[in-house]
Design a protein around this ligand. Structure first.
Ligand SMILES: [Zn+2]
Length: 387
């Protein structure tokens, strides 16, 4: 069968329906100079320059509009004349966000694979194992630690079927082959509808629920999103030689994303809260410690891939992810190890253990402890001296 695909129904599902409340930015009036605003915009939040299509500068202010035609004023920010002192980088309160839900949701999330009779690999389990180790290490260092979750259940109370009305009210884009029968087209539509219900649950609602928990209750000095990475695997889950590390900070809003006023508002909120300096400093220190512990090379993103380099550390990219966009304050997003790398896979098969074990003729500590210890080492310069 040919692989050329046609589009049966074309209309995108609008996930972001939240009303943009720009009044929340009023507390930032006259807190930033024009030079500081421009520097953060061009180096971190919008290196492509796309946001400037929506902006009009006057002597002491900038106005943001909904459209490039500069109709529909959204907000006017008045610049300050002197800079605000940088927030302190002492981290007393840290939130750990172990990525993904896991358990009965792991296959739906596509963060699950099993080879033969081996131990199944669920990314959520790996992330939570690291989070628990990291929590005890940080608590021992005097840090107040919260976790967004400590089990394999969703944080959101929503479930995929709660989005049925929203999905049914939407024209769904379905890719079909011209040769499909009406029955095959109906089947393709049903399958796509199911995927949308699932994604609105585990990507949309789950990330929103975690961000709300952090923003409304924890208000930490830093949030750390814990993940294991992977390269795209084939159907037989063949293992690969490649293995890399990347650490994301927030930024790099893309032109397509900025057509959405809610995204424009989050760009302004993240820039004006001035979290970047702490975020980058923590990211650089943790990336250096992780690189030292894991000996992994950096992920390389092609230009225009949605991630762009910031700062001087080769492991750090700015990326506009739902998690780091919706969470207030500094957020670092860690992606060490490819789970389907040959050595990483064998280390995961060994579970968590004390001391060292031999993998492919080399001695290794538990991969979970290596990860957690490196994060603590990277954070150490930002923690209060023990009393
Ligand atoms: Zn992940």
């Amino acid at each position: 069968m040919g692989r050329s695909l046609g589009i049966l129904i074309v209309a995108m599902l609008v996930v972001s329906t939240a009303h943009a409340n720009w009044a929340v930015l009023n507390r930032f009036q006259e807190t930033i100079t024009r030079a500081e605003f421009d520097a953060l915009l061009t180096t971190v939040y919008c290196p492509s320059g796309a946001l400037t299509n929506y902006l009009t500068y006057t002597t002491n202010a900038v106005t943001v509009f909904s459209t490039p035609a500069k109709t529909n004023t959204l907000f006017t920010l008045r610049f300050g004349t002197t800079g605000r002192p940088q927030p302190a980088t002492l981290l007393r309160k840290i939130v750990l966000d172990p990525g993904h839900i896991g358990g009965e949701w792991a296959r739906m999330e596509e963060r699950y694979f099993v080879r033969g009779k081996d131990r199944p690999v669920q990314e959520a389990v790996l992330n939570l194992t690291v989070a628990r180790l990291l929590r005890s290490r940080l608590q021992a260092a005097g840090v107040t630690v919260f976790m967004t979750k400590d089990d394999l259940r969703p944080v959101t109370t929503k479930r995929p079927d709660d989005f049925r009305d929203q999905v049914d009210a939407t024209m769904i884009p379905v890719r079909v082959n011209d040769s499909y029968s009406p029955l095959e087209k109906e089947a393709a539509l049903g399958d796509t509808r199911r995927r949308l219900l699932e994604q609105l649950f585990y990507r949309g609602a789950e990330i929103i629920a975690r961000a709300k928990l952090i923003n409304d209750w924890y208000e930490p000095d830093l949030t750390i999103c814990l993940h294991f990475n992977a390269v795209e695997w084939n159907e037989r889950y063949e293992l690969v030689d490649d293995n890399r590390l990347v650490v994301f900070v927030h930024g790099n809003y893309l032109p397509g994303e900025l057509t959405d006023d809610v995204q424009k508002l989050r760009l302004f909120a993240k820039l004006l809260e001035r979290s970047h300096a702490v975020e980058l400093a923590a990211a650089e220190s943790v990336a250096t410690a992780l690189a030292q512990a894991t000996k992994l090379p950096a992920v390389q993103y092609a230009p225009g891939a949605g991630a762009t380099r910031v700062g001087t550390n080769a492991y750090i990219y700015a990326r506009n992810l739902a998690a780091n966009r919706l969470i207030n304050g500094p957020v670092i997003f860690l992606e060490p190890y490819y789970m389907n790398n040959k050595t990483v896979y064998q280390r995961i098969q060994l579970g968590d253990y004390d001391g060292e074990k031999i993998v492919a003729g080399q001695s290794y500590r538990s991969i979970f402890r290596e990860y957690a210890d490196a994060v603590v080492a990277g954070l150490r310069p930002f923690l209060a001296a023990p009393r």
